[in-house]
Design a protein around this ligand. Structure first.
Ligand code: DON
Length: 579
């Protein structure tokens, strides 16, 4: 039973009050902002380097690496390990993700450290003993865990482009886990929720409570098992995770809980360096993630379609603007559902999808005054939560790194590996559930993204970099499941089409349409009742909803070259650290 006592509550309340007082004023809440084009506060400005992430302490770890002479890759690795300690809902070593890099000379690359299916996986693995699809097996079981990629991804990035010694990059995370850090109200609340939800996993309760008692804001969270795992990674590099004790502990937990991952799966995991997706929009260059992410292809496809309209004269978030953006989304998400998957296993027509010719064809099908139609005989899509995390880094030389990584849902599978202290993902849920099973209730049964041994599951994560005339412009990316691509699209349009400053671009309200269900979701406060009425008159099914995404971004000041850090204050612990 998880129960705090009164005295601890009082002590913690005092500590938190002092911490908040010392931090100075907090960003204005986004909730009361009625008008658009309002900036929550100015971006954080720095002359040399900048790190912006979901957690201020992790941003500071990255900033210190830059100060110590590390480059943006070094800082991204250190920030990623620190987030695995301080932002356990999404920061991770038991998950996977993508890193897009632009070097100071304009060359770009991408590191794919997406989880993969274990060798024993197959398309029928989410069926129960009666042969019926089971959402629990698919999303909330040991079978939902994919072979983690994060440590291999960071090791590959370091081997290829890093500058400082590996131990200098992992060390701060070891210290944060071993010595602990003070819990914010936000994180304490979040841990409370996870512990109540996951009481069936004793190692999870151990990791996120103090001897069974829930943590309170202001208390120190120490994670000794995680510290020892990170220490092995610090000493032995990727072997400290994929072989030896960590691998043994992970495989043992899989055997115990009926999962498929073996020590062989772990030993065989490889991060892959890939050629990024590149596109253009009115002279800007877009650099983003290729398959197994659908993010880069869909982003470029939508920008190509929208380049054919004068969005600026329609007006930001006007009915005409939202209508055209929605129709671009509808078409890109249809193609995504039908065609996108891990291109090492299935052929994906990326060149065609991202071509200007195909965009021109799609524009022909858009009626400027009437909503299109998403065919309900096809498929709908399941709900996805907001728990992934994106961070952005720029160094003094202008190297830019855009990282989005995830455990899939918040706290992933919820399974902490006993003795190793880290959470496992539930990324297998991003594979299609069952061949041919397409339902109006939310399942896609198309062939390309079915589970196969060692295939990577399709992702929406869209770490992206914008450039123009050979110069870096901005680093962006977001969590949010399928909403990710649309969130990134709109922040990119805010910068490229509407000339917004980076904080304004991040703060502006967003919309989402994903083909099916055929709903247009708009963030609360984003548009007037009149605009909603106009959209409904065009045939759109409009829903007003809560926040969409968390896009921790950086822009380069075109005049001074300063790095402008723009945390997305939709997420309260976010922070930018520059030097
Ligand atoms: O890779 C993906 O697209 C998803 N697993 C990301 C999950 C996510 O963003 C969760 N919630 N927002």
């Amino acid at each position: 039973m998880v129960r705090p006592n009164l005295l601890r509550r009082l002590v913690c309340l005092v500590v938190v009050t002092l911490v908040v007082a010392c931090q100075g004023p907090q960003p204005a809440s986004l909730a009361p902002m009625a008008a658009e084009r309002v900036v929550s506060r100015p971006p954080i400005r720095a002359a040399a380097g900048m790190v912006v992430s979901a957690d201020m302490r992790a941003s500071q770890v990255g900033r210190d690496v830059l100060r110590a002479g590390g480059n943006a890759i070094d800082a991204a690795i250190a920030t990623g390990f620190a987030l695995a300690v301080t932002h356990p809902g999404a920061g991770n070593i038991g998950g996977g993700g993508f890193m897009v890099v632009r070097l100071p000379d304009g060359r770009a690359t991408a590191i794919d450290f997406r989880e993969k299916a274990p060798l024993a996986a197959n398309a029928d693995m989410f069926l129960d003993e009666n042969g019926t699809y089971s959402s629990t097996l698919h999303h909330n079981s040991h079978l939902a865990v994919g072979v983690p990629g994060t440590v291999a991804g960071f090791a590959k990035a370091h081997e290829r482009y890093g500058k400082l010694p590996w131990a200098r990059l992992v060390g701060p995370a070891v210290d944060l886990a071993a010595e602990g850090f003070v819990l914010t109200g936000n994180l304490a609340r979040s841990l409370r929720g996870v512990v109540q939800r996951l009481s069936r996993y004793p190692a999870t309760v151990d990791a996120f409570t103090r001897d069974g008692e829930e943590y309170l804001p202001g208390e120190v969270l120490r994670q000794p098992d995680l510290a020892r795992t990170l220490e092995r990674i610090m000493r032995e590099g990727r072997k400290g995770f994929y072989r030896g004790e960590t691998a043994r502990l992970l495989a043992a937990e899989m055997r115990r809980g009926g999962g498929l991952i073996t020590e062989e799966d772990l030993a065989r995991y490889e991060a892959i360096e890939r050629t990024p997706i590149r596109g253009t929009f009115r002279g800007y260059e877009i650099i983003s993630m290729p398959p197994p992410s659908s993010g880069g292809p869909a982003l470029v496809q939508m920008l190509n379609v929208l380049e054919g309209y004068d969005l600026r004269s329609m007006g930001h978030n006007s009915a005409a603007y939202i209508h055209h953006v929605t129709e671009a989304m509808r078409r890109a998400y249809r193609d995504r559902a039908l065609l996108l998957a891990d291109q090492d296993f299935v052929e994906v027509p990326v060149d065609r999808l991202t071509s200007k010719e195909y965009a021109a064809e799609l524009r022909q099908s858009i009626n400027p005054a009437m909503a299109g139609h998403s065919d309900p005989a096809d498929v709908s899509v399941p709900h996805e939560s907001d728990q992934t995390t994106h961070y952005s880094v720029v160094d003094a030389d202008g190297m830019a790194v855009s990282v989005t990584y995830t455990l899939e849902q918040g706290y992933g599978s919820g399974i902490v590996v006993p003795g190793a202290g880290f959470l496992l993902n539930n990324e297998m849920g991003d594979f299609n559930p069952q061949r041919g099973l397409t339902t109006s209730g939310g399942l896609i049964g198309t062939e390309p993204n079915l589970a196969r041994p060692e295939q990577r599951m399709l992702s929406s994560m869209t770490p992206t970099i914008l450039a123009r005339d050979g110069r870096l412009v901005a680093v962006i990316g977001s969590p949010g499941g399928r909403t990710i691509i649309n969130t990134v699209l709109q922040v990119a349009l805010n910068v490229m089409e509407f000339d917004m400053g980076i904080q304004e671009a991040v703060d502006a309200r967003r919309l989402h349409h994903q083909w099916l269900p055929d709903n247009l979701r708009i963030e609360a406060g984003g548009v007037s009742a009149e605009t909603v009425g106009q959209l409904r008159a065009m045939g759109h099914v409009v829903q007003v909803r809560g926040r969409q995404g968390s896009i921790h971004s950086i822009m380069i000041d075109p005049v001074t070259g300063d790095r402008l850090g723009a945390p997305d204050y939709r997420q309260s612990d976010a922070g930018a650290a520059g030097h």
